[in-house]
Design a protein around this ligand. Structure first.
Ligand code: FES
Length: 241
């Protein structure tokens, strides 16, 4: 079937304004958007820039806006779009480096701020520290996050406040906070007891709609808020545990 790709183009080194460029090509419907992009670049326009690595919805690097929705280009087959027109734009809320490639630095900066690793009491335990299946179930969906930034791109709060940590970082923080092996001090949690942290979310659920891995970042944010309130009450009433 003949598809028309309208692709966002912008090279800050030579373009004054962004524009859309059209490419027509005969693709089978089971070709993914990423495969189509690779063919367009190889056969029609070698100047086209986009990011990818694994091609299997694992690395999270091919996030872009496909017909208005943030998603992974390697995950979406042309056939499921139900249209022969495919409009591709870079992820929103991040600066454009070239064409479909965005600057991920603010996203990674937010991620680093939550210190995304287990803060264990014993840095060198003698044996592995296991958690129960039930405990694992509580955090499992957040482990599935591949940090593609689709939720960050969809988040209306990020679009208004560049200091907001965003759904992915906060959901990952919940993954650690909820892990019984994590011993990060309350002073760390207090740092995100702010509008730029746990209280910035307006619960609009755009992150849930955008996540290609069915993670619900908003659930993690709610979990962190609950934890903050419980810890505050415990301190108020002098409860130790
Ligand atoms: S190329 Fe790795 S997630 Fe798409």
């Amino acid at each position: 079937m003949e598809y028309i790709f309208k692709i966002f183009r912008f090279d800050p080194e030579k373009d004054k304004e962004p524009y859309f460029q059209e490419y027509e090509y005969d693709f089978l419907p089971n070709v993914s958007v990423l495969e189509a992009l690779i063919i367009i670049r190889n056969e029609l326009d070698s100047s086209l820039s986009f990011r990818y690595s694994c091609r299997g919805a694992v690395c999270g690097s091919c996030g872009m806006i496909i017909n208005g929705n943030p998603d992974l280009a390697c995950r979406i087959k042309l056939g499921i779009l139900n249209t022969k027109e495919v409009v591709l734009e870079p992820l929103a809320n991040l600066e454009i480096l070239k064409d479909l490639v965005v600057d991920m630095v603010p996203f990674w900066k937010a991620y680093r701020e939550i210190r995304p690793y287990l803060h264990s009491e014993n840095k060198f335990p003698e044996k592995e520290q296991r958690i129960s299946e039930k405990q694992m179930e509580r955090i499992y969906q957040f482990i599935n996050c591949i940090l593609c930034a689709c939720c960050y791109s969809a988040c209306p709060v990020v679009s208004k406040d560049e200091n907001y940590l965003g759904p992915a970082a906060l959901a990952k923080l919940y993954r650690f906070v909820k892990d019984p092996r994590d011993r990060r001090p309350y002073s760390f949690l207090k740092k995100i007891n702010t509008q730029e942290g746990a209280w910035g979310c307006h619960t609009i659920f755009k992150c849930v709609e955008a996540c290609p891995k069915d993670v619900r970042p908003v659930d993690g944010i709610e979990g962190i808020r609950r934890k903050l309130i419980i810890e505050k009450l415990k301190r108020f009433f002098g409860i130790k545990k």
